[in-house]
Design a protein around this ligand. Structure first.
Ligand code: NI
Length: 172
């Protein structure tokens, strides 16, 4: 396992549409291991491969609290096959937009189909925080960030702030 660097906005790679994984092999399992280690270290509850600059359709999630045993989920080539009409609002954050949090409205429940690390097809009904997290991470695979769900004014303000910070860092 190895820690990887998490890329942050305005890195344009976050806008890439990730490619499906051809098969669940040793390389995919190694990548998933690195993603989990990187996610736990951050710490975060979800990570998409593109956030470590790998444009593949792989997502890791673990919603266990600090005092609970780890409960990692690895979703390979995930697809949302159903969403509820009912909506819910959660305050979201993203490891690629550090220290920014804002409320986002999404379907309250969703069904996701994916391959697990054994290459088996899994269908999982998600609700609550898991439903939000799955939708947030799957958005990453299509180059969509949670700030893309906000008003243009808010999104522009965030992008500007992080672009300025990136420039400062580049010239420092
Ligand atoms: Ni994110």
């Amino acid at each position: 396992m190895a820690l990887r660097e998490i890329i942050v906005i305005p890195d344009t790679r976050l806008k890439l549409v990730s490619e499906p994984v051809a098969g669940v092999d040793a390389e995919v399992r190694r990548l998933a291991d690195d993603m989990l280690e990187t996610m736990y270290e951050a710490p975060g509850i979800g990570l998409a491969a593109i956030q470590i600059a790998v444009p593949k359709r792989i997502v890791t999630i673990d919603l266990a609290r600090k005092d609970e045993p780890k409960a990692p989920i690895v979703l390979i080539n995930p697809e949302i096959t159903w969403t509820s009409d009912e909506l819910s609002v959660y305050e979201e954050g993203c490891l690629s937009i550090p220290e920014y949090y804002e409320e986002v409205e999404r379907p309250a429940k969703c069904m996701v189909r994916y391959l697990d690390l054994e290459g088996k097809t899994i269908e999982l009904m998600c609700e609550g925080l898991l439903a939000t997290c799955v939708q947030h991470e799957l958005d990453h695979l299509n180059g969509v960030l949670f700030i893309d769900h906000l008003s243009r004014l808010k999104r522009d303000r965030v992008m500007k702030k992080y672009s300025k910070a990136a420039k400062r860092e580049a010239t420092a």
